[in-house]
Design a protein around this ligand. Structure first.
Ligand code: SF4
Length: 346
C-alpha cells in the first residue's frame, strides 16, 4: 500500500495523529500551516519540527504535488489546467477572473459515474475519488501559477462532489481554516446533479456555502433524458430536498440551467420552470453550454437565452445569464482530460 497523504488531515485529525506519535498537540497547527499556508513540498522544509518527528512522518506519509500536464489560457483570462496526480491520473482545474476576485473551479473525482448526457467528464466513467488534500492542491497549484490569490471556489469541475462526501467535507474544513487558505464558506459554491439523500446529509452540516443544483429541466421526461440521476431522484423529490435544505440552513439555493437548443429552451419550458421553483427565493443561472464533441446537444443562441431569462423574471423568478468564459479553449468540463487521453491512446 502507498503512503498516506499528510495534506488530507484536518487540524483535529492531525492533533489525533500527534497524540499517537507522543507529540504535543501544538505541533498539529504548526504542521497544518506548513502544508496549507506555506505549502511546502517536502518534510525537510518544516524547519521548526524535531528531526525525529519528520523522519517518522516521512516513513508513513507523503505530501501531494500536482504536475501541470497542460495549460490553456483564454483571451478573457480564464486559465484551464490539466494536472497530473502522483498516480498518473489527470484532472482539470479552471481559474476564472471576475471583478470580485479570482475563482477556481475544482474537480472532486477522476471521471464521474453520473452519466449526464451533455458532459465529457462522464464518458469514460468514474476512475476514483480525490482526497481532501488533492482537491486543495488544485487551488494551491493554480494560485502558484497565476501568482495571485484565489478568493472563491466552485466545486463544479470533474466529478459529483456529493458522491465523494467525506473527502469533500474534509476539503471544506481544510480550505476554510484560518490556519490555511482561509477561504470563507460564503465564497464557496458546491454543485450537485441532485443526489437527494446527500443533499439532506449536507443540510445537517449547516454550512454557509452556496448549494447549486444542476437542474437543467423542469420535468421528469426532459430531465431523465439529459440526466440519468433523475430516474433515481425525480424532480419533485429533488425540489422537496431543496426546500428542506433551505429551511435547515437558511441559505438560498441556486439552480444551474444549461440552455440546450431545441431541448429545454422553449417558452413553455420557462413557464414550467417558473411554476416549479417560484416562491423559493432561489436564483437561476442560465448557462449557454460550451459544445462537447460526441454530444448531440448544441447551444441555444444568445437572443433566445435572453428571452428565456426575461420571461422567468416576469414570472417572478430571479434569473441571470452566466458570462461564457473560456469559449476559445477546451473549457467544457472534461474536454481537456478527454483530449489528452485520446492522444495517449493513439
Ligand atoms: S455534469 Fe457533473 S455530475 Fe454530471 S456527469 Fe458531468 S461531472 Fe458528473
Amino acid at each position: 500500500m502507498g503512503k498516506k497523504l499528510l495534506n488530507d488531515y484536518t487540524i483535529p485529525q492531525l492533533t489525533g495523529l500527534m497524540a499517537q506519535l507522543g507529540q504535543p498537540a501544538f505541533r498539529a497547527k504548526q504542521i497544518f500551516r506548513w502544508l496549507h499556508q506555506k505549502r511546502v513540498s517536502s518534510f525537510s522544509q518544516m524547519t521548526d519540527q524535531p528531526k525525529t518527528l519528520l523522519a517518522r512522518l516521512e516513513e508513513e506519509f507523503e505530501i501531494v504535488q500536482l504536475q501541470t500536464a497542460r495549460r490553456q489560457q483564454s483571451k478573457d483570462g480564464t486559465v484551464k489546467f490539466l494536472f497530473t496526480l502522483p498516480d498518473g491520473n489527470c484532472i482539470e482545474t479552471v481559474v476564472m477572473r471576475y471583478t470580485y476576485g479570482n475563482t477556481v473551479c475544482v474537480s472532486t473525482q477522476v471521471g464521474c459515474r453520473m452519466g449526464c448526457r451533455f458532459c465529457a467528464s462522464t464518458q469514460a466513467g468514474l476512475v476514483r475519488s480525490l482526497t481532501a488534500g488533492e482537491i486543495a492542491a488544485e487551488l494551491y497549484a493554480a494560485e502558484a501559477d497565476i501568482g495571485q490569490r484565489i478568493s472563491h471556489i466552485v466545486l463544479m469541475g470533474i466529478g459529483e462532489p456529493l458522491d465523494n462526501f467525506d473527502n469533500v467535507m474534509d476539503f471544506l474544513t481544510i480550505i476554510s481554516c484560518p490556519e490555511g487558505a482561509n477561504i470563507g464558506m460564503r465564497n464557496i459554491s458546491l454543485s450537485t446533479c441532485g443526489l437527494v439523500p446527500m443533499i439532506d446529509k449536507l443540510a445537517e452540516r449547516k454550512l454557509q456555502l452556496t448549494l447549486s443544483i444542476s437542474l437543467h429541466a423542469p420535468n421528469d421526461a426532459m430531465r431523465s433524458r439529459m440526466m440519468p440521476v433523475n430516474n433515481a431522484y425525480p424532480v419533485a423529490q429533488l425540489i422537496a430536498a431543496c426546500r428542506r435544505y433551505q429551511n435547515t440552513t437558511g441559505r438560498r439555493i441556486s439552480f444551474e440551467y444549461s440552455m440546450v437548443k431545441g431541448v429545454n429552451d422553449s417558452e413553455a419550458t420557462a413557464r414550467e420552470l417558473a411554476r416549479l421553483i417560484r416562491g423559493m427565493g432561489a436564483h437561476v443561472n442560465l448557462i449557454p453550454i460550451n459544445p462537447v464533441d460526441g454530444s448531440p446537444y448544441s447551444a441555444t443562441d444568445a437572443a433566445n437565452v435572453r428571452r428565456f431569462q426575461q420571461l422567468l423574471t416576469q414570472l417572478g423568478v430571479n434569473a441571470t445569464v452566466r458570462r461564457r468564459l473560456g469559449s476559445d479553449i477546451s473549457a467544457a468540463c472534461g474536454q481537456l482530460r478527454r483530449e489528452a487521453r485520446r492522444e495517449a491512446e493513439t
